[in-house]
Design a protein around this ligand. Structure first.
Ligand code: UD1
Ligand code: CA
Length: 449
């Protein structure tokens, strides 16, 4: 069965009270709409259409980054979810098969659930995903007629009796493309919100003699995010899931509640994550690596046997080979550290390549930015960079070379050479005592030195 996917992402999300479009708020470091795209991908959709409105240009950019083939259409006025789906009509013109509608603010729907929803079309003309809510709150309610779905009533329009129904609408719908758009054409906006509700297609379908059914899933999968509090609750749920997954994967989390993952964090077996570690998007930590306390990683790869932190920061493009050491107050950005390289204290390594076994002394800085351009620093295998060396890029320090502590290195250093780039020390015997005596005498006379 060919299927297409429509993701509704045009709403302003007024209750978020934000300039950022609701669907771009991050959950596990990944925008909500990207969660929806990834969830929908399990259906292997022939075409993906995202309906954007508020912040459409931003939404378009994020969607293109995740799925360049997805079509983004605009809903210039947010007249309701049915009106939003109608905007996808032209983009789906001529597509055979079913359409699954997914809301961009509902990030947790699982692969099996989506598959069950799509498969249930074999039994019904129209299928809606529902769930029993512990606290149904403001969700739309599913009004059943025996085993069949009679209609959906929005919270705003529901009677007290209908509000007592615990079976709620997740927002996911599946129907044949042509049928879906026909039903949408018949939806009006005579309701409490004055909107064209997608949910009204159920009553329309029934009036036309079509069948409507419900596929049920766990409430956790259908959490719809409308407020900052709901976003925070979703984040907590995601983190709980990621921590449980890490345990299943054989990862040691010493204090799990203090470790924060991104939705795409990958951690290998027997890795150890100490307390208070934060993972941004795009991090892979291989088996047996140790991330010590209070470290922050994003867009980084940490190989086997490497030790990071405490208090280390790995930024995008940090590539740590096996047995690398990156210690306290070291920042690494867009830099490769080859096997066994060490930067144990107080350093910035940006736009750099550090050869195997090189030792980066405390306080070393790659001066990579001239205010306009970024430049690279190359450090050869086995080089020894003395403490407090400023490497003014572009610059290359050869294999096995050595730089003196406190050097400002502005010229390339050949393999095996020693480079000193600092003022020579002058030592004057006895001068300290004489100088102090003079100052004390001046003070005794009431002078200011
Ligand atoms: C919707 C459902 C409700 C369901 C709940 C589940 C309707 C009418 N109601 O309510 O039954 O229980 O989701 O979470 O469908 N959107 C557009 N254009 C619009 C309006 C909305 O693209 O004109 C998008 C929003 O960005 C959002 C999604 O559609 O991603 C749902 O809209 P929202 O306003 O959040 O609907 P709810 O009131 O939560
Ligand atoms: Ca919603």
């Amino acid at each position: 069965m060919t299927r297409s996917l429509v993701i509704l992402a045009a709403g302003q999300g007024t209750r978020m009270n934000s300039d950022l479009p609701k669907v771009l708020h991050p959950l596990g470091g990944v925008p909500l709409v990207v969660h929806a795209l990834r969830a929908g991908a399990v259906l292997e959709p022939a075409r993906v259409v995202v309906v954007a409105g508020h912040g459409a240009a931003q939404v378009r950019a994020v969607v293109a980054d995740e799925d360049p083939e997805a079509v983004v259409v605009e809903q210039t006025e947010q007249l309701g979810t049915a009106h939003a789906v109608a905007q996808a009509r032209a983009a789906l013109d001529g597509q055979a098969g079913d359409v699954v509608v997914l809301y961009g603010d509902t990030p947790f729907v699982g692969a099996e659930t989506l598959q069950a929803l799509a498969d249930a079309r074999a039994r019904h003309d129209l299928v809606v995903l529902g769930f029993e809510a512990a606290d149904p709150g403001r969700y739309g309610r599913l009004v059943m007629a025996g085993e069949a779905l009679a209609r959906i009533v929005e919270f705003k329009d529901a009677t007290a009796e209908e509000r007592a129904i615990a079976l709620c609408n997740s927002g996911l719908v599946c129907a044949d493309r042509a049928v879906l758009f026909d039903l949408i054409d018949a939806v009006g906006n005579d309701n409490a919100a004055g909107e064209y509700y997608l949910t009204d297609i159920v009553a329309v379908a029934r009036a036309r003699g079509l069948s409507a059914g419900v596929v049920r899933c766990a409430e956790a999968e259908t959490l719809g995010i409308n407020t900052r509090a709901e976003l925070a609750a979703a984040e907590a749920a995601l983190q709980a899931r990621m921590r449980a997954q890490a345990f299943d994967d054989g990862v040691t989390l010493v204090a799990p509640d203090t470790v924060f993952f991104a939705a795409d964090t990958v951690i290998g077996r027997d890795a150890v994550i100490e307390p208070h570690v934060v993972f941004g998007p795009g991090v892979t930590v291989e088996s047996g690596a140790v991330i010590r306390a209070f470290s922050h990683l994003e867009g980084a790869h940490v190989s086997r046997g490497a030790v990071v932190g405490p208090y280390a920061r790995l930024r995008p493009g940090a590539e740590l080979a096996e047995d690398v050491r990156v210690g306290n107050f070291v920042e690494v950005k867009n830099a490769v550290l080859e096997a066994g390289a060490k930067a144990n204290h107080l350093s910035y390594l940006g736009d750099a390549h550090v050869g195997a076994g090189a030792n980066i002394g405390a306080g070393t800085v790659t001066c990579n930015y001239d205010g306009v351009f970024k430049h690279r620093t190359e450090i050869g295998a086995g080089a020894f960079i003395g403490s407090d060396t400023m490497l003014v890029a572009p610059v290359r320090v050869g294999a096995g070379a050595l730089t003196g502590s406190g050097s400002v290195i502005t010229e390339d250093v050949p393999d095996g050479a020693l480079a000193l780039g600092r003022a020579r020390q002058e030592t004057r015997p006895g001068l300290a005592a004489r100088l102090m005596a003079r100052l004390r005498a001046a003070k005794a006379k009431g002078g200011k030195g």
